[in-house]
Design a binder for this molecule. Structure first.
Ligand code: 13P
Ligand code: SF4
Length: 308
C-alpha cells in the first residue's frame, strides 16, 4: 500500500520536508499507529517490507516497525542508512532464541535444515538455511524436500505449517506474547453478535484460536482478503494497528477486533513524534556486524527467491 500523507499538520509538514531533504523513504508495518501508517511511503507485512527494502531507491530508510525488521533492511541494504525511531521497539519472540542456542539445537539434529521466521535476530538468521515469514512459510518449508526441519523461533507458526503440509517438524518453543491475548470464547461471542462475519487470525495464534477461525493469514494476506471478499463484516484476530488500514482501504466494511488486548506494546512505541525526531537527528542508526550480515543475507535472499 502506498499512501503519502498530504495532510498539512505542522508535524506531517516537517516530516515531509525532512524526508525530501534526506532523500528518505518511510516504511511502516501494518501494526504501527495509524498516524504513522498515514505518513509512510509504503505500509505492509514483513514479507512485503523485506521485498520493498530490497529494491529501495533512497539514501535513508526510516523503518517504522520493530528491531528485527530494521535489521533485515540493513542486511539487504548495507550501503544505506536505516533508522529505527525507537531503539527499544524489540520483538520478544525474536529474543526467545540466541545464536548459541540455535548452534546447540543444530548439533543435536545433524543433517537437519533450519527454517527461521524473520522474527529473529541477525545472528539466528546467519545460522539458518532459509528464512520465512507468515506469508510464505509453507512455500519455504515445501521447497526443502524431505529433510528434517528445525523451525525457529515460533512454535505456533511452525505448528500451523506442519499441519498445512502434513509433515512433522521439530519446533523451538518461542511465541508472540501479543497473539496469546485472546480466547476462543471471545471468537464465539463475536460470531454470535455478527453472524456470517468470517474470522481471520494470524498464524502466531495458538492452535485452538487457529482451529476456531475461518482463515489463518499473514497481515498482508488479511488486507487483500477483506478487500475482495463479498462479506461486509469481519472478525480480526491480530494486532489492532491493522484495523486502521482495513477501515481506510475499505470504507463501508466493518471490522471487529477479537480482543482489545491485541496490542503489541513494541509496535506502539513508534509514534509520529519519534518519526520526526528520527529524521531530524538521523536516529537511531541500526548496524549489523558485516560477517553476520553476509551469512544472514544468504538466508533472507533464499527466502526472497522462493517467494518470487
Ligand atoms: P506479518 O508478517 O504477518 O505482518 O507479521 C509480522 C508480525 O510480527 C506478526 O506479529
Ligand atoms: Fe513480535 Fe508479536 Fe509484536 Fe509481532 S506482534 S512484533 S511477533 S511481539
Amino acid at each position: 500500500m502506498t499512501d503519502l500523507n498530504k495532510s498539512t499538520t505542522p508535524m506531517v509538514e516537517r516530516i515531509n520536508r525532512l524526508r525530501q531533504e534526506r532523500n528518505a523513504v518511510i516504511l511502516a508495518h501494518n501494526y504501527v499507529p495509524g498516524d504513522v501508517q498515514d505518513v509512510a511511503d509504503f505500509v505492509g507485512d514483513s514479507l512485503e517490507l523485506a521485498q520493498k527494502s530490497a529494491r529501495i531507491n533512497a539514501d535513508v530508510i526510516v523503518f517504522c516497525g520493530v528491531y528485527f525488521m530494521a535489521e533485515t533492511a540493513v542486511i539487504l541494504n548495507p550501503d544505506k542508512t536505516v533508522l529505527l525511531p525507537d531503539l527499544n521497539a524489540g520483538c520478544p519472540m525474536a529474543n526467545m532464541i540466541t545464536g548459541a542456542e540455535l548452534r546447540d539445537f543444530k548439533a543435536k539434529h545433524p543433517g537437519a535444515k533450519v527454517v527461521c521466521y524473520v522474527n529473529s535476530t541477525a545472528e539466528v538468521k546467519a545460522e539458518s538455511d532459509i528464512c520465512c515469514t507468515s506469508a510464505n512459510a509453507a512455500k519455504v518449508v515445501g521447497s526443502l524436500g524431505d529433510s528434517e526441519i528445525l523451525f525457529v523461533p515460533d512454535r505456533h507458526l511452525g505448528d500451523h505449517v506442519a499441519s498445512q503440509l502434513n509433515r512433522p517438524m521439530t519446533l523451538w518453543p518461542g511465541f508472540c506474547p501479543t497473539h496469546q491475548h485472546f480466547s476462543t470464547a471471545e471468537i464465539d461471542s463475536l460470531r454470535a453478535t455478527h453472524p456470517g462475519a468470517p474470522v481471520l487470525v494470524h498464524p502466531e495464534c495458538a492452535r485452538p484460536m487457529r482451529q476456531a477461525a475461518d482463515f489463518v493469514l499473514s497481515t498482508g494476506q488479511m488486507c487483500r482478503h477483506v478487500a475482495t471478499a463479498p462479506e461486509q463484516k469481519f472478525i480480526i484476530g491480530t494486532e489492532d494497528g491493522i484495523i486502521h488500514r482495513m477501515r481506510k482501504e475499505n470504507p463501508g466494511k466493518e471490522f471487529y477486533l477479537v480482543s482489545q488486548r491485541l496490542r503489541c506494546p513494541n509496535m506502539k512505541k513508534i509514534t509520529l513524534e519519534k518519526v520526526l525526531w528520527s529524521l531530524e537527528g538521523m536516529q537511531f542508526k541500526i548496524t549489523v556486524d558485516p560477517e553476520i550480515a553476509k551469512a544472514a543475507r544468504r538466508s533472507i535472499e533464499a527466502m526472497l527467491d522462493v517467494s518470487k
